[in-house]
Design a binder for this molecule. Structure first.
Ligand code: GDP
Ligand code: IMO
Ligand code: MG
Length: 432
């Protein structure tokens, strides 16, 4: 039985939510395996828009099981707020349709504060990352620093004081250095006690649940957050998020072996965007960028920030195909390019006068890259809402075929609007 991992192949916001929602009809379980509520996944179903940050996108479909794996950092307040928001839209989330790994790390208020303090103090030195200020980085630091509080700890409040002492020894030292008041243990205790009853019913031994579902033949859809260029190892470090976003993490972050991930679907925008700081070789800080941003409604789901926009970078996506083992891509937002006279694609970089065909790992080198472009003719017809290849202008088809050739992976799906059903299926990723 094939399972499918959906992975962002650029800097996030490629349209993962829409594609996961569409594919979830064919799946039994949808699993988040990394990141947290820094993600913002938008689904549009019959004109109604749903914005998900922490909950797997499968949660809006009745009868599907949504799972938050151990690789996710979980802010209990963000979780309950999101559940309440969805309830207002008529989506019911209960332990019947949502399970959370009991070994998932919790994001506490001190993580959010530290994230913001660092961002604010880094402005002058030029080392600002432009994070979502959700506490993601500090929470992952505490996880690998072996001082995190995890979901199952809430079930045993008596064990918490020692854990809180441990985490505060670290954080209060940092806070003293930053000129901030220290945090009293009771404050954290109260914060945790106040959410325990609400979130404990969702706790699950997720690796066991997934193992048994897999044996039963259930189909699992892994929902990545962020994108490959934001991966803490493979991305534009240090301008990255604090988790591995690549497909390999789908296994470690949910508790299955790597063989459980059958098809890796890379979600790929027909141009490029990025939110926050960091290198972006094909960025168009000009009319073209403004056109893409307005036509594509490129504003962040989570922070409302304007996304930086630029031409399609085939070098980055080719690299994403390699590091994720991408089987096929879902090409999204092709409609945004409608009506352009010319479309550019980056096919290589010039670094200090030498032509290279990959993104070098060094921060300094990444900042010095000059894109090398190919120019293709655009198309005048509309692709908005196209639901079959036959509906696409010939030149749009040529663009898609050329992208496939440059990145070395086939287009398995094509998305032509935010709406769930405006999707062209070429190859079913769940097909065995
Ligand atoms: P994610 O983070 O990868 O899930 O992507 P986001 O939801 O943050 O951003 C993608 C945005 O583009 C959302 O507002 C989607 O509704 C929208 N979208 C997705 N696919 C398409 C498409 O094919 N065409 C257009 N015009 N918009 C799309
Ligand atoms: P989805 O899942 C786009 C970016 C932030 C910042 C960097 C680090 O919607 O594609 P963090 O708060 O994670 O420490 O911020 O990562 N970032 C995203 N950019 N889409 C996302 O998620 C992102 N999640 C984080 O803007 O540059
Ligand atoms: Mg997003």
């Amino acid at each position: 039985m094939t399972n499918v991992a959906v992975i962002g192949s650029q800097w996030g916001d490629e349209g993962k939510g829409k594609i996961v929602d569409w594919l979830s009809e064919r799946a039994d379980i949808v699993v988040r395996f990394q990141g947290g509520h820094n993600a913002g996944h938008t689904l549009v179903i019959d004109g109604v828009s749903y914005k998900l940050s922490l909950l797997p996108s499968g949660v809006v479909r009745p009868g599907k099981m949504a799972v938050i794996g151990n690789g996710v950092v979980l802010d209990p307040h963000a979780l309950t707020a999101e559940i309440d928001r969805l309830a207002e839209q008529g989506v019911t989330v209960t332990p019947e349709n949502l399970r959370i790994a009991d070994n998932a790390t919790l994001i506490l208020s001190l993580h959010r504060e530290l994230d913001a303090l660092r961002e604010d103090s880094a402005t002058a030195s030029g080392s600002r990352i432009g994070t979502t200020r959700r506490g993601i980085g500090p929470a992952y630091e505490d996880k690998v620093g072996r001082r995190a509080v995890r979901l199952m700890d809430l079930a045993n409040l008596g064990t918490l004081p020692a854990k809180i002492d441990r985490i505060l020894t670290h954080h209060n030292a940092l806070r003293r250095g930053l000129g901030q008041p220290e945090i009293a243990p009771e404050t954290i205790m109260e914060e945790l006690r106040s959410v325990a009853d609400r979130i404990l019913p969702f706790r699950e031994t997720v690796w066991r649940l997934l193992d048994s579902e897999r044996r039963k033949g259930s189909r699992i859809l892994f929902e990545g957050a962020q994108g490959t260029m934001l991966d803490v190892d493979h991305g534009t470090y240090p301008f990255v998020t604090s988790s591995n976003t690549v497909s390999g993490q789908a296994a470690a972050g949910s508790g299955l072996g790597p063989g459980a991930i059958g098809y890796v679907l890379g979600i790929t925008k027909a141009y490029t965007t990025r939110v926050g700081e960091g290198p972006f070789p094909t960025e168009q800080d000009n009319e073209v960028g403004r056109f893409l941003g307005e036509r594509g409604h490129e504003f962040g789901t989570v922070t409302g920030r304007k996304r930086r926009c630029g031409w399609f970078d085939a070098v980055l996506v080719r690299q994403a195909v390699a590091v994720n083992g991408i089987t096929g891509i879902a090409l999204t937002k092709l409609d945004v390019l409608d009506g352009l006279d010319e479309i550019r694609i980056c096919t290589g970089y010039r670094l200090d006068g030498t032509l290279i065909d990959y993104l070098p790992a060094s921060q300094g080198a990444q900042a010095r890259l000059e894109p090398v472009y190919e120019t293709l003719p655009g198309w005048q017809g509309s692709t908005v809402g196209a639901r079959s290849w036959a509906d696409l202008p010939a030149q749009a088809v040529k663009y898609v075929r050329h992208v496939e050739e440059l990145i070395g992976a086939p287009v398995a799906m094509l998305s032509t609007s935010p709406e769930r059903e405006d999707t062209i299926l070429v190859t079913d990723p769940f097909q065995d």
